[in-house]
Design a protein around this ligand. Structure first.
Ligand code: ARG
Length: 445
């Protein structure tokens, strides 16, 4: 390992929350029988401005034994080369109109960028091979308006997979051929999606300068679930047209992939954090799970819910839990990987304030946003809520960020949302701190 790579690996490891998370993801991403690891799209701007971060992050993947397939773009480089050559460049519907002259320059630029990336990877000790033909079979997308732009009809992955098997990173340029042998320019995002569809990887990763999908305040949205958030998101005025297009494409690809597949959008320097921690660093988009909501236990599989609660707390649930609590509402995701149980408490100012009795997320769903999206659903529906957590509960960090306030009481921290009245808070805190326990240590029985 070169010393700069060593330094980065060290830096990357120190931003991680815990070794067990790293192990969990490493195991998942490197399972032989499972899905392939990842297809990573690197935009032209990243190649231009973030090359060294990119190389060190990819070197890190190499160090841990993971071999991704890389698809690169080179838009800004092509524009500037065309300008130098005084060749006019125009766009139609976001696509570059590609005359034979533009195509010739595009090929030169793509091959240059591809070689540059490949050789930098090799210098950093990462074996890599360039691919700029023979991968994407295309037909002309719209000859009259776009010229030599290809829409992909099939993808040849055999050579790519053989390369990956040898532990060598394929670096793929967005160039295709028609059945007649005409070389065509392909959109690099489309190339990434078509490749992913054929390869079926765990992760489809976009490395961008912004490092994620931004909300209206320019903050990164950590998770997007297609079934829970897509409809809302796509209607927002602050989602600009380029991102809308990308989200539409992401939705289409996820619908055609195994449910374990997810799309991550992050920055090169934060790639390891995105991949090897639950929290990640950018935006993770997946299908997500719908929630079942009920005011009674009818229709809820108590056995599955009990398993989820017990595995999540690593404790035993009281055998009469379901019959003994005064259920207000239960929220469970359809695969029983996250659940929230609300119980009735007392009446105060005519409105009952529900107590959040259980919030559980299975270990394999952490990082997918399943718990967070269920949480958001519940707080949106219940303006007033309160709950407690043991001081050692790792979820305290999350609670501190999502609650309006909390109070330390003995072994508990009591949190609340939407409570403004002092007496109301006092009553809730009193209720929470004196409430009996419904889970006990496994070995205490
Ligand atoms: N490490 C996991 C993955 O790559 C979870 C990442 C979570 N990322 C996020 N932006 N919420 O699949």
């Amino acid at each position: 390992m070169t010393s700069s790579v060593k330094e980065t690996v060290y830096k990357l490891l120190t931003v991680m929350d815990g070794e067990s998370q790293v192990r969990k993801y490493l195991k998942r991403f490197s399972s032989e029988q499972g899905l392939k690891f990842a297809v990573i799209k690197v935009g032209g701007k990243i190649l231009k401005e973030e090359m060294s971060n990119l190389i060190t992050s990819l070197a890190f993947l190499k160090q841990v034994g993971l071999t991704p397939i890389i698809v690169h773009g080179a838009g800004p480089q092509l524009t500037s080369r065309l300008n130098t050559k005084d060749i006019k460049t125009e766009f139609f519907d976001g696509q570059r109109i590609t005359s034979p002259e533009v195509l010739k320059t595009a090929r030169e630029v793509f091959i240059d960028e591809n070689h540059n990336l490949t050789s930098k990877l090799k210098e950093a000790g990462v074996d890599a091979t360039s691919f700029y033909s023979g991968v994407f079979e295309c037909e002309l997308q719209h000859k009259d308006t776009l010229g030599l732009v290809g829409s992909i009809t099939s993808v040849e992955v055999e050579q790519l997979l053989k390369t990956v098997q040898k532990g060598c990173v394929p670096v793929v340029s967005p160039l295709g051929e028609t059945a007649e042998g005409q070389i065509v320019n392909v959109n690099a995002d489309s190339a990434t999606f078509s490749l992913a569809k054929e390869i079926q990887p765990y992760k489809i990763i976009f490395l961008t300068e912004t490092g994620g999908v931004l909300d209206e305040k320019e903050n990164i949205i950590p998770n997007i679930s297609i079934v829970n958030n897509y409809k809302y998101l796509i209607k927002q005025p602050w989602v600009h047209s380029g991102m809308k297009l990308k989200l539409e494409k992401i939705k289409a690809i996820l619908e055609s992939m195994p449910t374990a597949t997810s799309v991550s959008i992050t920055k090169p320097e934060l790639l390891a954090k995105e991949l090897f921690t639950d929290k990640g660093s950018g935006t993770l988009v997946n299908m997500g799970e719908r929630a079942l909501i009920s005011e009674t236990w009818q229709g809820i599989d108590q056995k599955r819910l009990k398993n989820l609660i017990e595995s999540s707390f690593d404790k035993k649930l009281d055998s009469n839990y379901f019959s003994s609590i005064d259920l207000h509402k239960v929220y469970v995701t359809e695969c029983y990987r996250a659940a929230i149980v609300l119980t009735n408490t007392f009446n105060y100012s005519e409105s009952s304030i529900p107590y959040l009795d259980k919030f559980v997320v299975s270990d394999d769903a952490k990082g997918e946003g399943v718990g967070r999206s269920l949480w958001e659903k519940v707080v949106w529906k219940h303006q007033k809520l309160f709950w407690r957590a043991n001081h050692t509960n790792p979820v305290n960090k999350f609670y501190a960020g999502v609650s309006d306030g909390f109070m330390k009481c003995g072994e508990w921290k009591v949190y609340w949302n939407g409570l403004t009245d002092y007496e109301e808070i006092q009553n809730c805190v009193q209720y929470a701190k004196t409430k009996g326990k419904t889970v006990t240590e496994e070995n205490a029985v």
